[in-house]
Design a binder for this molecule. Structure first.
Ligand code: NAD
Length: 350
């Protein structure tokens, strides 16, 4: 049996906590990768895993990712992740959530949670009955930080796309710049609307054909089918649906000079960063450009923040991206690798 310390994703985690509450049926992992910059923050996933080892690996991988993301967003927060192992029947009960809240509380603020896959803001409310180390709660006041992260993420991605167009194409305006948007949900739809307002030329694709048609009617975007959106001749490809869309074949087939979108974990393998770089394509590292949502939740947790504070911090995303592209050019290294290197420096592991 492999010890946790020897797992490839362990990466010097500060601590990994396993919880078992027979009364509620809760089984959970909380991984604390780094508290160098502040309390380890990262959402909790509710997921049915093939075995408990897969849950631990997922917690470790996602928790390191949160350290990097929070650091690059300039937040005074470290990185951590919660994983609740969904039972075979996949039902989540209030008792389980309360037990998970007590588990978080037992860490005394070293870990702060929020929603992730399989968790809702209503679940965060249940957890908040047991601990104050939780964010992503519903907000009544639209001027306060918090609430739906989608529009905040979309704004950061939009600003990142504009920065990339300026950097790579010398474009001071998005008017006439052709952007191919894959996925027009909460993030991609918001990005498309913001770009349309700037006069960008849009082509969109989504598996929900009716939703895509409605957005095309609203914005004047062209529609593409799911297979051609990534091979279209355009200036920018913006992935906002699934992860792992950038692989050997799809990178070869790209017909753009910029990839900038909000989807998480866009590269299928570690070698894909180099492939993009070798093709001369400017890449906006996903966890840097899509940090708007975590900035929103992070400032909500830190307290006394307004939606304007969140916007002000999101406005810094283009500067961070530009610093990455400058370092990438100077050191002849892919942007994704430069971003990881910068993040490691920020968390004191340079
Ligand atoms: P969403 O579910 O609102 O939207 C996703 C959209 O992609 C849907 O419209 C769906 O129909 C479409 N889609 C799914 N498969 C597709 C395919 N093969 N081709 C084209 N379209 C497809 O999700 P979202 O919140 O907009 O998140 C989108 C991506 O951004 C995800 O990867 C998510 O992890 C990431 N992300 C989201 C946030 C946020 O604040 N919501 C923050 C950071 C990262």
């Amino acid at each position: 049996m492999t010890a946790i310390w020897d797992l490839p994703d362990f990466d010097a985690h500060e601590s990994v906590h396993m919880f078992d509450d027979p009364d509620s049926g809760l089984r959970a992992v909380i991984a604390v990768h780094s508290t160098h910059l502040g309390p380890a923050a990262g959402g909790t996933r509710f997921w049915h895993y093939a075995d408990s080892g897969a849950a631990i690996t997922d917690a470790l991988r996602l928790s390191r990712g949160m350290s990097y993301k929070n650091a690059m967003a300039g937040l005074p927060l470290g990185g951590g992740k919660g994983v609740v192992l969904a039972p075979a029947h996949r039902r989540k009960t209030p008792e389980m959530l309360h037990a998970f809240g007590r588990a978080i509380e037992s860490l005394g603020g070293r870990y702060v949670t929020a929603e992730d896959v399989g968790m809702s803001d209503a679940d965060m409310v249940e957890i908040s009955a047991e601990t104050r180390h939780v964010a992503g709660l519903p907000v009544a006041d639209s001027a306060a930080a918090g609430g739906d992260p989608g529009p905040f993420t979309a704004r950061g991605v939009y600003l990142g796309i504009k920065a990339a167009a300026r950097y790579r194409l010398g474009a001071n305006t998005m008017a006439g710049i052709h952007v191919a948007v894959q996925g027009i949900g909460s993030v991609g739809g918001g990005v498309a609307r913001l770009l349309a307002a700037d006069g960008a030329k849009l082509t969109i694709a989504d598996i929900d054909a009716a939703k895509a048609q409605a957005l095309a009617d609203e914005t004047g975007a062209q529609l593409a089918d799911l297979n051609t959106i990534m091979t279209l001749k355009a200036d920018i490809f913006s992935p906002n649906a699934l992860g792992a869309v950038l692989n050997r074949d799809s990178i070869d087939a790209l017909n753009v000079s910029i990839v900038a979108g909000g989807a998480n974990n866009q590269m299928a393998t570690a070698g894909d960063a180099q492939r993009l770089f070798d093709r001369g394509i400017i890449y906006a590292p996903d966890y840097v450009i899509n940090a708007g949502g975590i900035i929103n939740v992070g400032l909500e947790y830190l307290g006394n923040a307004t939606a304007q504070d969140v916007h002000d911090r999101i406005d810094i995303i283009p500067q961070r991206l530009t610093a990455i592209w400058d370092e990438s050019k100077a050191d002849k290294l892919p942007a994704a690798i430069v971003a990881d290197r910068m993040a490691q420096r920020l968390i004191g592991r340079g």
